[in-house]
Design a protein around this ligand. Structure first.
Ligand SMILES: [Zn+2]
Length: 341
């Protein structure tokens, strides 16, 4: 296993040319190799070239590496054994969009997700009045929800595309990625609360204020650098679970205010809420457990890994939720506001 004695962040913020030691623990034949030196030329804070395992690696080199060869900041999942991009400049990271690596599906799933939500936003705004007979406020909420989804998709795609550049870049984009998840959840809550409490304006405003406060709190947490550390992995996971799970409270309140489970509105839309929670929980299960690659390490490096499944399920849950909001708005326009018994 390779051991790097200096972190990339240290290197980036220090002197322009750095030499440090690469110490392979054991060679293939069982003999320890002599210590090798890695020369890193740093230009404006970025790697220009280096010598790695005795081979020259240029910034234009799109070679893929194995888990044991990549620096610690790229070792998030020990069950993904091959297909790592590393030491790429920002430009080459961008070019690597078209290289088949273990990040390809992570990048493209959310890049395509961004395009889908962007096109939906155009469609909704062009045909909104004809299709839904909605008001200007309805259109603003639908558009805001889709903008949140687009932001989430772009942050995620950017993180997976550029994280191989350096540890500093990885950390910066990881912060964007987590912010994107929070904003994506906000994109679920805004139309969810707005359309759920469409006929109950006081409760709608109260829940919109509560949701806004929750998101401001999460954003404040994200200003602390410790929030992104490995030590706080489970705290972060719990925070997002709490943020998502909180939605159950207004859901039951909405069922009660709408007249209970036997009303047409509740019977039509409670399954929609159940489906979006099922999708979210399934996605979270894959994310946390690293299934299926944990059972078959190295077999899902390029296709079928847990993170790819998480990405795809998130896109589907956003799409489902958008459609549910649309259906609910159409229901109100066709049936007017139901009167609770
Ligand atoms: Zn991701």
């Amino acid at each position: 296993m390779s051991v790097f004695r200096a972190s990339y962040a240290d290197l980036i913020t220090s002197r322009p040319v750095v030499t440090y030691n690469h110490v392979p623990s054991m060679a293939v034949n069982g003999n320890t190799k002599p210590t090798q030196s890695i020369h890193l030329d740093i230009d404006n804070g970025l790697f220009t070239n280096n010598q790695f395992n005795g081979q020259f690696v240029s910034r234009q080199d799109h070679r893929l590496y194995e888990f044991s060869d990549v620096p610690a900041f790229l070792r998030g999942n020990p069950f993904i054994k091959t297909g790592y991009r590393v030491y790429l400049s920002r430009r080459d990271c961008f070019k690597s969009l078209f290289i088949w690596s273990n990040e390809s599906i992570n990048i493209w799933s959310h890049l395509l997700g961004f395009i889908v939500f962007f096109l939906l936003m155009l469609y909704d705004n062009i045909f909104f009045t004809q299709v839904t007979r909605g008001t200007f406020s309805d259109r603003v909420i639908v558009t805001l929800g889709l903008l949140c989804f687009q932001f989430c998709m772009l942050c995620s795609a950017g993180y997976h595309l550029f994280r191989c550049e350096s540890e500093l870049t990885d950390r910066s984009w990881f912060a964007y990625d987590l912010t994107g998840i929070s904003v994506g959840l906000l994109g679920c809550y805004l139309p969810g609360v707005y359309f759920g409490f469409y006929c109950l304006s006081v409760w709608r405003d109260i829940y919109l204020i509560i949701v806004s406060l929750l998101f401001v709190t999460v954003m404040l947490c994200q200003t602390d650098p410790r929030y992104y550390s490995e030590k706080y992995y489970w705290s972060r996971a719990l925070l997002y679970c709490g943020l998502t799970g909180y939605g159950i409270m207004p859901t039951f309140h909405w069922i009660y205010l709408s007249g209970g489970f036997h009303t047409e509105l509740v019977q039509m839309f409670t399954p929609d809420v159940a489906v979006v929670y099922m999708l979210g929980m399934t996605a979270f299960y894959f994310y946390i457990t690293k299934t299926p690659e944990k059972c078959f390490p190295g077999h899902f490096d390029y296709i079928g890994s847990s993170h790819q499944i998480w990405h795809i399920l998130i896109v589907f849950s956003f799409l489902w939720w958008h459609k549910s909001g649309y259906d609910m708005l159409l229901f109100y326009k066709d049936n007017s506001c139901p009167v609770p018994e």
